[in-house]
Design a protein around this ligand. Sequence first.
Ligand SMILES: [Zn+2]
Length: 376
Amino acid sequence: MITDPIQSIGNVPASPLGRPVDAARRQFFRALPKIELHCHLLGAVRRDTFTALARKHGAPITDAEIAAFYARGAKPVGVLRVLRALERHLLLEPDDFRRITHEYLEDAAAESVRHAEFFWNPTATIRDTGLAYGEVQAGILAGIREARADFGISALLIPSIDREAEPSSAVAMVEMMLAHRDPAVAGVGIDYRENDRPPELFLEAYALARRHGLKATAHAGEFGMPWTNVETAVERLKVDRVDHGYTLVDNPDLARRYAERGIVFTIVPTNSYYLRTLEPERWAIDHPIRAMSALGLKLHPNTDDPTLHNVSPAGAWELMYSHLGFDIDALKAMMLNGIDGCWADEERRAAWRATWPGEFDTLALAADRLAGGAAS
Ligand SMILES: [Zn+2]
């Protein structure tokens, strides 16, 4: 990806930890074999597609608003507001979901994402559009199948609980998943605003999912919400991995225990809470991602809402290197964390573990040579 000369990747501030990224290194970030574990389907809609869907459905959204959604300037429109607009006005037919799934996976595959596990929130879609769960899931799964055939990328869908809705809606969502079981629908997640919506509200939904053999993950410790939410997600919701989890650094003893247990944290270098709340000149230094790593936690970088955050999979990996101070060896470990944390079957994971490290080393060496042997 050639970044806009004015906007940095993810519109993040400059970093005193910064490493230069030349064209060869940028190509390395694009080419390294990747998994994506934390991306919201509605946060990956291309701007052109957003405009086309708005026109197709006569959505009450002006071109100026769409421009603001995608600008991510000094006063970015809240991402959650954009996602709600998509849910209510733009994604009204199963084929809309097929289209955005296929396009998301096309964009991911173009940056060497080999396997993606991504979120979709059924609750508002079902409530606001009148579509049936099974219709939408079928549209998304058609997009996954077509992308596998067209671009070679594999993907799993994670229906995600809308934590702003009632806990009974979460149970209903899991029941819909169980009524439409499909191997490409691997597990359950939870997202939207965490404030006042702690994970313990959703124990019943998670217990139901786990009883039926579904995997589980949860957004926890985002928006500055306390580390106890991370603990509750792990100990009581019994998640297999954690999305974000930043405030776990406020309890270093617990963090070290989760490091020993090998729990994978899907972190997001462009997370808007820290871009908003940390001083720009200290943003990279004080970012909890660095403290999480220092505590030994297994991290894996992701885009979250790529088109809305002006970031791509390659960009997220690049920021870890160019801004957050991680070196090439650390990135290699994160690549392996992605394999450990994903829900693909063990045979494929074993094949990736056997081949990706060598691929990574070859690509890193080529980037070094092209850069004239610059230190990594
Ligand atoms: Zn997220």
